[in-house]
Design a protein around this ligand. Sequence first.
Ligand code: UDP
Ligand code: MG
Length: 327
Amino acid sequence: MSDTTLTLAVPVFNESESLEVFHQRLGKVAEQLIDQFGLTVEILYVDDGSSDGSVEIMNRLPSARFSVKTVCFSRNFGKEAALVAAIERCKKGAIVFLDSDGQHPPEMLPEFVRRWKEEGNDVVYAVHNKRQDHPIKQKLVGIFYRLINAGSRFEIPANAADYKLLSPRALEALKACQERIRFFKGLSTWIGFKQSAIEYEPEERISGTTKWNFLKLLSLSSEGVISFSTVPLRATMFLGVAIAIPSSLYGFWIVLSALILGNDVPGYSSLFTATVFLGGLQLILLGVVGEYVGHMLREIKQRPIYIIAEESNQQAKTPEATDALGG
Ligand code: UDP
Ligand code: MG
């Protein structure tokens, strides 16, 4: 029975101008899913501390043959926290995450569901087929995925979007990951199972601009790498060895050449450069270790990932009630 329930989980942060248009589009597709696959559909909006009136609009969005639930955070906790709240509220069936700005076209949902129900995939995710990003950003993204996947037993796919369906058992597996700092792109691959990618071209936002700036992206990437890889720590050690061995050989050579050949040690500028270089390098490496320690501290504190201010639930309307309303 639970295999016929599908939750459409939508994080919302200051999307007051897009929400109504988006809900209309999503509602149409939800009805289509009910007819085509006989699913029970629930739309779950998670407001991540919006301050632009999104909550009032969200609470007015109508249910139909699908139910509409809303959850509002007490402040902005970040998109990953909104996804955790959605997962924790999804008690049965499958879940799909999609953005509320229209960049993840809801019209693709029937194909997601088909790949789950008919092809038996547990994780279906969308992959950008064309990157409109700046070449430098593309390069940085490439480095990020190489770093995160280095020496790993599983590969987090590059360019995968957070537009993703998880089957009931994949969702259960994801719920079992109890860490505070969750990097969904990684975890949904880490759980394994049969996965399938759908190529797509992200649409333009219905309205507004992206909530991510370079620093936020850098912070998310660093959390991703720290959650999934100890390569930076190991690289730190290898770098230390790579500098220590040649420099001690060189030191040995200086002593020998002074003793045997009587060469004077040349000026102190090289000494000064080497000291400053090593000082800088040590600070960088300390920073890398510090990032891991900070990550551990945040995990150990065991604070809640989000705090709820309010929740609402509009049950699905029966076909008779929908007819009576002229819907
Ligand atoms: N979002 C969120 N909390 C945030 C930032 C964004 O819930 O702190 C939501 C946002 O409303 C949208 C989705 O996450 O539904 C993706 O955000 P955005 O479009 O800004 O990211 P991009 O598409 O540029 O990666
Ligand atoms: Mg977007």
